[in-house]
Write a protein that binds this ligand. Sequence first.
Ligand code: GLN
Ligand code: ZN
Length: 783
Amino acid sequence: VAGFSGIHLAKEISVTTKSAAAAARSTVYGYPRQGQGRELKKAIEGYWKGRVTADALTATAAELRRSNWRELADAGIDEVPTGDFSYYDHVLDTTVLVGAIPERHRAAVAADALDGYFAMARGTQEVAPLEMTKWFDTNYHYLVPELGPDTVFTANPAKQTAELTEALELGHTPRPVLVGPVTYLLLAKPAPGVAADFDPLTLLDRLLPVYAEILAALKAAGAEWVQLDEPALVQDRTPAELNAAARAYRELGALTDRPKLLVASYFDRLGEALSVLAKAPVDGLALDFTESAAANLDDLAAVGGLPGKRLVAGVVNGRNIWVNNLEKSLSTLGTLLGLADRVDVAASSSLLHVPLDAALERDIDPQILRWLAFARQKTTEIVTLAKGLAQGTAAIEGELSANRAALASRATSPITRDPAVRARSEAVTDADARRSQPYGQRTVAQRERLGLPFLPTTTIGSFPQTDELRVARADLRAGRIDTAGYEDRIRAEIAEVISFQEKTGVDVLVHGEPERNDMVQYFAEQLTGYLALRHGWVQSYGTRYVRPPVLAGDISRPEPMTVRWTTHAQSLTDRPVKGMLTGPVTMLAWSFVRDDQPLADTARQVALALRDEVNDLEAAGTAVIQVDEPALRETLPLRAADHADYLAWATEAFRVTTGGVAPGTQIHTHMCYAEFGDIVQAIDDLDADVISLEAARSHMQVAHELAAHGYPREAGPGVWDIHSPRVPSAEEAARLLRTGLKAIPAERLWVNPDCGLKTRGWAETRASLENLVAAARTVRGEL
Ligand code: GLN
Ligand code: ZN
């Protein structure tokens, strides 16, 4: 153990510490699912289309599991995860595991397990799917369990035991990974028809015996250890919830016929739940020791460590894409050695959240490439750290010096240190983040300039992304057309979108965003300091994978990004055309962010780059500019204690983006999902003039939430649910508007759909927008 850099190791190392170090093993909790050639996605989508048989799909899946385990084992991982594989989502797998199939899906599941599984995930003509929502603060989405007082759980361990058996037969040391019972219940919601205040946690006593049965089955199938994931315990939990966790692990721990239990948490510090789990009669804990959960270290010491238990230390960040600081991790591991019986090394969470392999990124400058670590590189880091822990730093000297060089190159690179960007960012004043007049005065200037009727109509930005547009982009990539040819097609599309809106009588027009592949990537590609990945796919949900760009360095905008499209659109009409940008918080939320400076600093750099765009749009005559922030709410930290800090820098970034325009320029913002009740103050702090929100499905609930909090500005609660191809009738939209008017006075109410129209077809778009305009006219007539 000699040679540790950790100061904590200066003290004499006890015999137990030495053996804990010597026994250090490496593991991960999960691995990217789809395969290097996107095999799983292709096989599943082929199966849905009837082109791939069920047998072929299961064979592809088995082959992927096999190759993932082989890859991990070949890299030197001692204990491989099983059961982390999924055809769609591991929470849905847990629903199947515990037999909590919703009533409406039971027939389909009974008829065919695989088709029934996909029916729960995606719905069918007849039945709605399970609701989907974000997995903690990641961009992965899980299917929400639906439970009620009548829910009966039954153990269905076949998938788990089969995958365990596969791994055993291949000669691996597997550890099944399951969503733990407390997290499963805390992630659930009341089933349709069940009282909204039903608390799924009341089902714990019914669920535990089923977990007991599953654990016994896994033991019988040869599991020495089983991992139960309890990430819900890193969130703020009530005393009752903490008691439930204590009870759950007291009972599961007391079972005699069970494997050893490893309870895992990640994404944040465990806080109060740490002492609960430390006291529980389980055999090990897996904790996150990355920056954002660093408090776990002191908290663990404060509860007296984990005597007699195994500690799996998540020191390699499982959700960012940066190389680890190996020396720092070794120092943390060294400290931990004194706190548990055995210390193993892992990524902080499943590697599901990172792309597979940085080495595939051939377009990235090799100087930058060595700063990046995706799943394969992280696996190597884990193995290296375990070796260093077991054998001393001398055994990994080569890796340590390469790591030191990579970190130094990143820290001193002109890409991560652009003096001009830094100087500008430091010089930002309060005045920069403030419009020159308060909302109440600006609105007078805006009314005069825009001359809009009451209940003005507008849309959220995008119009249908047609096949022609996709073909045009493919043609450009393949060199079948040149940039000029491509841009002609974009301009033609804009002309069509403008003429349609004029004809329909929309008041504030948009250009339709036909030039954008994606609302974040489009800007990332044009900003200096951002990297695009070619193979950096990560699972968003099911077979949907995204390639988030990387905020790699200091951010600046070499030239205008959207101005020519907006001005082209404006040249075709006398009505105002709204400029359309993605806001700084959303740019961060849907990218891989830097880990070498506070998020607030990155947000401010992005904000300043976007501010230039806002100012250029204004200078080009744009009277209305929308800055979308759909991610403002979803990026809220997991712990309430961290909310104020986040909201302060997030709203400041928005105000820096928009603070430079004249009072007569109207700033809009847009957010999608509902549940804004707890951030109305933050929405107000954005100091936007108009906000559009999703509201059609909830019957304008957000309008009432805004009103209840005294929100003083203009707002457009959506009156057309764009997630469905259904065309809302004019009467229906008018009814929603009348409901909206009960919360927001006519001079502040806008009329718009819930969100952008890029996923809709032209036929529905035409009919729906005509109805929307008709509804606005009808209700105006009633004022
Ligand atoms: N302006 C974007 C659009 O209309 C907004 C999308 C979003 O909110 N997710 O597509
Ligand atoms: Zn939206």
